[in-house]
Design a protein around this ligand. Structure first.
Ligand SMILES: *Cc1c(COP(=O)(O)O)cnc(C)c1O
Length: 367
């Protein structure tokens, strides 16, 4: 039985009342609340355009299709990410070209990407894994001469700060997710942010069946519309996000301090350009898979939920089958996957739970 979940949304009566008001008003599909939340997010992230979607995968999918990616094209993406980051490339009919990540930050670097650029590369997708921003400026500077658009799967990084600015306008566009285990949630929800007006218009048209003016369809779109009651939940969640992020960083700090003297454990490495990590997941690294598995098993047996987020995408059965990938193709990402472990980190989990988790891990290390 799970006693301490891996994530726990800060959602309560306030969200329920807001959603109820929308239901009572009678307009429950995409409407006023969606626009209201988009305006509030624009201000919060300091971006020109914010477009809500029904989930983060749709948001990334539409953003990528803005570039007219098609069969025969290649899109570079790190293999160490959630499956959506690569699936959206397949939805466009293009080929995902995986790259490695940095062994310390778990994030892509310019050199990981450049190694994979060919004449067919039409876009690059980067990922702020676990909610820690990549080094945007460095990547932009070094990729500039290739003239390839870079889009960011920032699903886990809502509220993160890179240098002195919130994540959301560093690259051509960013997509975010408001899934149930993200720091801000609408149950299901997604977002594109951009400073590019053409991209913003494209997103609005595509999420609504390619419609420009009622029943006038200028693109093959899809139904990626969020509902108004989900947006009402999002508006309440946005009021809480700063608090959630502050609380989570306190927990992360406690963990890192408590594990500081354990030579077998590596706590998360945070580069200087990261002014705020969202701690979507707090992740420990162990010297080998055997020890990691032993600790995971112990935690699970005590009702403490853990995650291995995520298995490298190239090793997923469907990707192996389609492209012939095998173990050893991306050794750094595979090694990270074999030795890392996400442990619970959520607002309100309490110091007793934190201490219990630390104690179990330390006990296991020492016997
Ligand atoms: C959550 C997540 C997504 C997908 O978002 P959904 O809202 O579940 O579609 C995409 N990429 C990453 C890295 C994620 O963590």
């Amino acid at each position: 039985m799970i006693k301490i979940p891996i994530a726990n949304p800060s959602i309560n009566k306030k969200e329920a009342i807001s959603a109820y008001k929308v239901i009572k008003n009678g307009w429950i599909s995409m409407g006023k609340e969606v626009s209201k939340l988009e305006d509030k997010i624009k201000k919060y992230l300091d971006v020109k355009h914010a477009i809500l979607f029904n989930n983060g995968t749709s948001a990334l999918n539409v953003a990528l299709s803005f570039y007219g990616i098609k069969k025969g094209d290649e899109v570079i993406v790190p293999t160490l990410s959630y499956i959506s980051s690569a699936n959206v490339i397949l939805y466009c009919g293009a080929k995902p070209v995986f790259c490695e990540v940095d062994p310390f930050t778990f994030n892509v670097t310019a050199s990981n990407i450049i190694k994979k650029i060919t004449k067919k590369t039409k876009a690059i997708i980067t990922v702020d894994l676990k909610g820690m921003p990549i080094d945007y400026d460095d990547i932009k500077k070094k990729i500039k001469k290739y003239k390839i658009p870079i889009i960011s799967d920032s699903a886990e990084a809502f509220g993160a700060v890179y240098k002195n600015k919130k994540v959301g306008s560093q690259l051509d566009m960013h997509s975010f997710s408001f899934f149930a285990n993200k720091n801000m949630t609408m149950g299901e929800g997604g977002l594109v942010t951009t400073n590019n007006k053409a991209m913003a218009n494209f997103c609005k048209i595509l999420r609504n069946q390619g419609q420009e003016g009622r029943y006038n369809h200028t693109y093959i779109g899809n139904n990626y519309r969020p509902t108004d009651y989900a947006a009402a939940i999002g508006i309440e969640q946005l009021k809480k996000i700063e608090n959630v992020l502050i609380e989570k960083s306190k927990i992360a700090e406690i963990y890192s301090k408590k594990f500081k003297d354990e030579s077998f454990i590596k706590t998360p490495f945070i580069p200087e350009y990261v002014k705020r990590h969202t701690w979507y997941m707090y992740c420990l690294r162990f010297p080998n898979k055997k020890l990691r598995n032993k600790i995971q098993k112990k935690l699970n047996s005590k009702g403490i939920d853990t995650r291995l987020s995520f298995p490298p995408i190239h090793l997923q059965p469907i990707y192996r089958e389609k492209f012939g990938f095998k173990k050893g193709d991306f050794p750094i990402s595979e090694e990270i996957f074999n030795t890392f472990l996400d442990i619970p980190c959520w607002k309100g989990m309490g110091i007793n739970n934190i201490n219990l988790i630390v104690k179990i891990i330390k006990n296991e290390l020492n016997n």
